[in-house]
Write a protein that binds this ligand. Structure first.
Ligand code: GPP
Length: 577
């Protein structure tokens, strides 16, 4: 049992039912979808009905969660951390150390031991001549995942005289699985890793009947979605459950992972309350009834991109920008007339509040929300990092809105762009550059005059590759409804037309292949020299991971649940201790 405290300030409009030790809070908003019930297995028990996709009024109840400040819990966490650190430092051999790092990061605890892991990995960068395939591949994956630069030539030792992975490896299932996972960190041009992916996929599939129960499940999990592509908090939640069922688990790690998970969840709840307060005060949702009202979905993006507790302010500010982006997207996609959109784009380009008089009232509201929020974010960046960033944030927004206008022009002229032009523009309209530029400054890590000024001329390629994955997942997730609404053809339709593909299923398969290729391009940022720090590269990787989570839904599969289900599990359901 955690010692979290939970209390709810009920707004007058909320509908509350209480029974025995349970609170039931039913959203009263215009929500049309069936209400969802959230359970809090902490004292007092509570259930909250929410929908993230239709109205978020329930957030106005301002949950007031208190991160445990009780001395004994704090002390317990401190002791568990010290014991875990000791285990990490005293592990008997390099292979054991690598396994521990992997497990700790998978349990969502990596940020606690960030410095220890960094120092340790530097000492583990070189393997031993007799290392087996499992260890070599694990080392490669862990090093690259943590921003170090292992050379894929290490896999040459497992190839035969013809430069192919040897048949002698096919019996080593654990080694194959480790190599399969490592292959997903391959960059463009690293053919050895492409070969590794093909070889391990073929052999792991073929020998599926020989697997033990545990290994079989691990392989299926990896096939479902490899580790490199998993969103951190979602994976922590899932793996904590799996690890707890393993009879060989170490209770200290498990207890720490559960306590930390719940503590961080409480922090996220407070951030969500802060975000909802801002959103209500901004009044966009109440004044512009056509616009999407989805702070929780926006916050899911924030947690996907920045899972570490230290980025609390950054998460809130990012969610604000995405909330405004969704409204502007709705203005362009569904509500604004062409002439209004031209005026709006011009007003944004001039970035001058004196210019908004000629705008219709709903656009003035939008414009002022964007203006004020951008100024507020500039103040936050200046206060926290001493940087003046208005020109950079303004440029990112102007680029975004100009890209929306390009789409509006295409629709007006009945013009169908080719796939490349569509994707290039769609990367910008998905908010890629806007979000990553804001994050780079809000995080304030590794900012130099050189990388800063480069953003005024062009965006780094890893922004673009991550944005391509975002755009393609977005189209896979929403293209049907957008087609029904009469939006421009999305990447699925354009690709089908260009390649003369008749079935939508085949078209979607090819989009998935494009996503795989983009991952290889994105992985180049883990390998090539970069004027940007690893922290922002990691955020771009996280953006691509989160895109799949937000847009891929598959009934009956918990990893690919709906946004509502993810929000329920990540933000409102603590893990039972
Ligand atoms: C962290 C970031 C950058 C999040 C961006 C979220 C996003 C893609 C919004 C546009 O959604 P949409 O599906 O309505 O877009 P469109 O109409 O452009 O397809």
């Amino acid at each position: 049992m955690t010692s979290q405290l939970f209390s709810v300030n009920l707004s007058s409009k909320a509908n509350v039912v209480s029974s025995s030790n349970e609170w039931r809070l039913v959203s009263y908003s215009s929500c049309k979808s069936s209400s969802r019930v959230f359970r809090f297995p902490v004292l007092p028990r509570a259930t909250i009905a929410i929908s993230t996709t239709q109205g978020n009024d329930f957030l106005l109840v301002k949950p007031q969660l208190v991160i445990s400040s009780e001395g004994d819990v704090r002390k317990r966490i401190h002791n568990l951390k010290e014991n875990t650190r000791r285990a990490l430092m005293t592990a008997s051999n390099p292979a054991m150390k690598l396994k521990l790092v992997d497990m700790i990061q998978r349990l969502g605890l990596g940020y606690i031991f960030e410095e220890d892991i960094k120092i340790m990995l530097e000492t583990l960068a070189h393997g031993q001549p007799d290392d087996d395939l499992y260890t070599v591949a694990l080392r490669f994956r862990i090093l690259r995942h943590n921003g170090l630069h292992p050379n894929p030539d290490v896999f040459g030792a497992f190839m035969d005289a013809n430069g192919k992975f040897g048949e002698s490896l096919v019996e080593d299932t654990e080694g194959l699985l480790s190599l399969y996972e490592a292959s997903y960190l391959g960059a463009n041009g690293e053919d050895i890793l492409s070969q590794a992916k093909e070889f391990t996929t073929t052999h792991l599939k073929k020998s599926v009947s020989r697997f033990t129960h545990k290994l079989g499940e691990q392989i299926l999990e990896s096939f479902e979605i490899p580790r490199h592509l998993r969103m951190v908090r979602l994976e922590a939640r899932r793996y904590i459950e799996e690890y707890g069922k393993d009879i060989d688990h170490t209770p200290v790690f498990l207890q720490l992972a559960k306590l930390e998970y719940n503590q961080v969840q409480s922090l996220h709840q407070m951030e969500l309350a802060e975000l909802s307060r801002w959103w209500r005060d901004l009044g966009l949702a109440s004044k512009l009834t056509f616009a999407r009202d989805r702070p929780i979905e926006c916050f899911l993006w924030s947690v996907g991109l920045l899972p570490e507790p230290k980025y609390s302010t950054v998460r809130i500010e990012l969610a604000k920008t995405v909330s405004i982006l969704l409204v502007i997207d709705d203005v362009f996609d569904t509500y604004g007339t062409y002439d209004d959109l031209v005026l709006f784009t011009k007003a944004i380009q001039r970035w001058d509040v004196d210019e908004i008089e000629q705008l219709p009232e709903y656009m003035k509201i939008c414009y002022m929300a964007l203006h004020n929020t951008t100024n507020e974010i500039c103040d936050v960046v200046h206060k926290n990092h001493g940087l003046s960033v208005l020109p950079y944030l303004r440029k990112a927004w102007i680029d975004t809105i100009q890209a929306f206008m390009v789409e509006a022009e295409w629709v007006k002229r009945g013009y169908e762009p080719d796939l490349k032009d569509y994707i290039d523009n769609g990367i910008t309209t998905a908010g890629t550059y806007m979000a990553l530029v804001h994050l780079f400054f809000l995080m304030g890590e590794g900012v130099t005059p050189k990388n800063m000024s480069s953003l005024l001329h062009s965006y780094p390629p890893f922004f673009t590759h991550a944005g391509k994955i975002l755009r393609l997942w977005d189209d896979l997730g929403t293209s049907k409804e957008e087609q029904e609404r009469g939006d421009i053809a999305s990447s699925v339709q354009l690709l089908m037309k260009e390649k003369n593909i008749k079935s939508e299923e085949d078209g979607r398969k090819q989009i998935l292949e494009l996503i795989q290729t983009s991952w290889k391009e994105l992985n180049e940022a883990l390998v090539a020299p970069n004027i940007f720090p690893f922290s922002i590269v990691n955020v771009a990787l996280n953006m691509s991971r989160a895109s799949q989570v937000v847009y891929q839904h598959d009934d009956g599969n918990s990893y690919f649940s709906s946004v509502d289900d993810h929000a329920r599990s990540l933000f409102f359901t603590p893990i039972d201790m």
